[in-house]
Design a protein around this ligand. Sequence first.
Ligand code: SF4
Ligand code: SF4
Length: 430
Amino acid sequence: MASEELPIDPSLWPEPPPKEKVEEYLAELEKGPWPSHVTELKKTKYPVYIYGMGLVAGVTPWATSAAKAPGIYSGVLSRMSHPWTRINPPIFEDHARVLIPSAQVFTTTLLRFLIEASRRYGWGLMQFIGGTGDVVLNVVREKLIELDVFLRRIGLDIGGSGDVMRNTVSCPGPLLCPYAIYDTLKARDFTYSCLIDWATYPQFPYKIKFKYSGCPIDCLKAQARADYVVIGTWRGAPDIDNERLKQWIEEGGDVEELVKSCPTGAISWDGSRLNIDGSKCVKCMECIRRTYPAIKPGREKGLTVLVGGTIKSRTGPKLAKVLIPFIPLPSPDKLEEALMTMFQVIRDRIVPKWDEEGWRRERIGDTLIRVTWHRFLSDFAKFDPDLAAKITKAKPTEPYYTYGITFFNMSEEQKKKYLEDLEKAMESWQ
Ligand code: SF4
Ligand code: SF4
């Protein structure tokens, strides 16, 4: 599709920077001992000159645009050269968001396929985004359908932008980490197998994010960033291996420090034996981090499900609240069953109700503030009134029901700031 000239009224826009200045600026960025991103961009078909114009002018050289292709309803982001650049006909730049394997683990074969796709159907550019777990492939608009077919052949989908379920992210879990309480990678794959339509067809008031952290350390910061958060946890006290603990002490481990490090005073030491009071343990992982593998997550494993975390939203940043304190996970092969218990609440009750009552561009965390936590639990999650009342009336000493797990991993200063921000957000809402 050859792009057509657009009517541009020069009086509406400032003069673009002179060509020599743009070239001088770009040349400067290629100097020095470090690899230059400009030199690398020049190896692709990316319009580096437009990028340089934006740098010199100090404003973006891109304006929003839209790309549509039959069968692709979500996952394509589009922009075009801004009228102020005077580039006419404009240059279009489209990107496809690719739903990638869990924990961003790529085989070299898959990477080669992605490189091939970016060269064959785009400008030879790929972007790997850490936090959201997205891979974005630059694509030439008229080749969008061909790219979609190519990606499907290698087992990938385009999706995850707009009012859909965004890219679901898991920590590396058992692949790399000894603390993992459940298989986060499998949980993410299972989510896609149950909810792929949510990722590819825009249908909600706003976006939905699921994140899976293998233990309460929550490396993904899922509690602060996702609408639905699944964290591996356990019931009662962490598991102590006395032989290994003895070895840890012989190698210089400081038991007094260990006792002091527990934020709730759950650990005691009688001079020869370590005890942990499971009823006081808030699963902060501190003792485990200090002594692993002498102290490990407890044996009665399970999943904690939280709802409503966001960084940006109508009511400001907020940590997700605990929705389902504990779904037992007696053995790894029961993971799908445990996740189905969660989906029965989220997929079958909360999301349809949110779809009905949610305001435009309102994340689920905003909705639950607007409708109140109590009504959310009874009308959205459809919990039994006794359970809803128990959760709403829980005291701050019952951390799962109030601030969740990550709160206890914050420094005192961070806790103070978080509570202040939360208060401000609540004020601005009222
Ligand atoms: S969240 Fe826990 S299991 Fe996952 S990578 Fe971090 S420490 Fe490991
Ligand atoms: S996990 Fe945290 S709260 Fe539980 S015993 Fe260890 S340090 Fe204490």
